[in-house]
Design a binder for this molecule. Structure first.
Ligand code: FAD
Ligand code: ZN
Length: 478
């Protein structure tokens, strides 16, 4: 394959805009920007531009638009569907937002912060905490993913149950359009019914309609008290009832509800030194649950703990849970969450894995897990089904690990058919084949296959209005 001639004129012009540190071209420097987190996709590009301001982003996009050069916006590059990297034609400019990482304003009374797209999620959580506020978006990649990427994927994570997806946390947005103009929707209004709510078009668009450069995000009061408990729940059929009972008993204070299968826990203990099982009880399912109390009238902590203990007693007597470990210190809270956080990685370390990020109506979670497990186990004896995740939102990471003894390559040879069986079942159950990770390149075929024709037509029309020349992250989503 011959590589295309680099457009040195364009690269030079981008350098004029973004400064000498604002363009990367050396192979070793650009390589990490051209491959996705899981290394499923490795592409090539003209260069990586690293603008520092909205004006610089706009000027670079204008240059690219004039020449019909594709642009690929990139945040922390932690996306799981290959959306943030260029294809292998080598003609795209990757625009990394990493240097746009200022918090422009934090308004504690309006309970908002105005942030640039390249702010790392964890830094935003910290800034909110420093102002005695809570920024509730939280996910495994929070140490490196960026808010522009979170918004472009409408990220979910562990706080959705109480606070919603990334989309629900936004009041305003600033976007560089495909022709290089800046759309300023950067307001902090909680009420604004002046026509179509355009910001929502760009949220979840995975960079195919414009580049998000800044956003006004909502803040919340910091909980006065928090309790974390790890429970053994033998029957999957009891799990969603347990959530509903917990919501009622806590006065709707459940802020996280994560399912872990025994197999997952075993793989974490096997592959991560220093981890330990929180409970001696061996059972097929565990739930990691967090309660957060809003108001802090005096002994909020003691009151929350009493309420949780009495809830657990009741569930224990009803036979729904058979064991529970309540975190007694911040260190123990971290230890419990670590088990959940490293779960996906433990699967990777175990060998070949095929992942599905699906959702079904909350009422059908256990039915889906039972039917999906039976389906795949009968299709491939020995396959290790590994469903986990944010089941409180009906979101199941329905992952499967290779049978013991099979090679990774042989297992991955069955990727398509295992996807098909799983996604067919999801669609039959009125679910979604991509609950929180988006479409990117990985699931484009699935969208074309399962998407409603009218949905797809409207999406294509919106795309052609906002990006008539198709330069914004081409080959992704549609
Ligand atoms: P990138 O990967 O850089 O980009 C993602 C997409 O957004 C690409 O299409 C890119 O072109 C586009 N994009 C990026 N920035 C912009 C911008 N400023 N303007 C326009 N388009 C842009 N996701 C969840 O939803 N929930 C989870 O619980 C979760 N857990 C994860 C755990 C781990 C360990 C890992 C590795 C990933 C996880 N993810 C999860 C997936 C990923 O972290 C999220 O999709 C995240 O929101 C991506 O942010 P990013 O900055 O890395 O975006
Ligand atoms: Zn997730």
């Amino acid at each position: 394959m011959t590589s295309p001639q680099p457009d040195t004129d364009l690269i030079g012009k981008i350098r004029d805009i973004a400064g000498s540190g604002g363009v990367l071209t050396e192979a070793a420097d650009v390589a990490p920007f051209y491959r996705d987190h899981r290394e499923l996709f490795v592409g090539a590009g003209l260069c990586v531009a690293r603008p520092r301001t909205t004006e610089e982003v706009a000027a670079i996009v204008r240059l690219c638009a004039e020449r019909r050069v594709p642009v690929v916006p990139q945040g922390g590059n932690t996306g799981l569907v290959g959306g943030s990297v260029p294809d292998d034609t080598g003609n795209a400019v990757v625009i990394s937002l990493a240097r746009m990482n200022r918090i422009r304003e934090l308004d504690a009374v309006n309970a908002t912060m105005t942030v640039e797209a390249g702010c790392i999620l964890q830094d935003l959580q910290d800034a909110a905490r420093d102002a005695d506020r809570l920024f509730p978006l939280s996910l495994g990649a929070e140490g490196s993913c960026m808010i522009g990427g979170n918004l472009s994927t409408n990220a979910g994570g562990i706080g959705v149950l109480k606070y919603g997806n990334a989309r629900d946390l936004v009041l305003g947005l600033e976007v560089v359009l495909a022709d290089g103009r800046v759309w300023n929707g950067l307001n902090g209004l909680r009420k604004d019914n002046t026509g179509y709510d355009l910001k929502h078009l760009f949220i979840g668009a995975e960079g195919t309609l414009g580049i998000i450069t800044a956003a006004v995000m909502k803040l919340y009061p910091r909980p006065a008290a928090q309790e974390t408990v790890f429970m053994a729940v033998p029957r999957i059929e009891d799990v969603m009832g347990l959530l509903n009972d917990a919501r009622a008993a806590s006065g709707d204070c459940v802020t996280a509800f994560e399912l872990l299968p025994r197999l997952g826990l075993d793989l974490v203990l096997k592959h991560f030194e220093g981890t330990r099982a929180p409970l001696e009880t061996v059972t097929p399912w565990y739930v990691l649950m967090q309660w957060s109390a809003g108001a802090g009238a005096g002994d909020a902590e003691a009151a929350l703990r009493r309420a949780l203990e009495s809830f657990l007693e009741g569930r224990f007597e009803a036979g729904v849970i058979t064991d529970a470990a309540l975190a007694a210190s911040e260190a123990q809270v971290k230890e419990l969450w670590k088990l959940r956080e490293v779960l996906p990685e433990s699967q990777t370390r175990e060998g070949g894995s095929i992942k599905h990020d699906v959702s079904v109506p909350v009422s059908r979670v256990s039915e889906f897990i039972n039917r999906g497990t039976a389906l795949l186990e009968s299709h491939m004896p020995g396959i290790r089904v590994f469903p986990f995740g944010h089941v409180g939102d009906g979101n199941i990471h329905f992952n499967v690990t290779q049978p013991v003894g099979m090679t990774k390559a042989e297992f991955h040879g069955h990727w398509e058919e295992i996807n098909r069986l799983t996604h067919d079942l999801v669609m039959e159950m009125d679910g979604s084949f991509s609950a929180e990770h988006g479409i990117g390149r990985l699931k484009r075929g699935e969208l074309a296959r399962y998407g409603d024709p009218l949905d797809l037509e409207l999406m294509r029309r919106i795309k052609s209005v906002l990006d008539p020349d198709g330069i914004m992250n081409p080959g992704k989503v549609l």
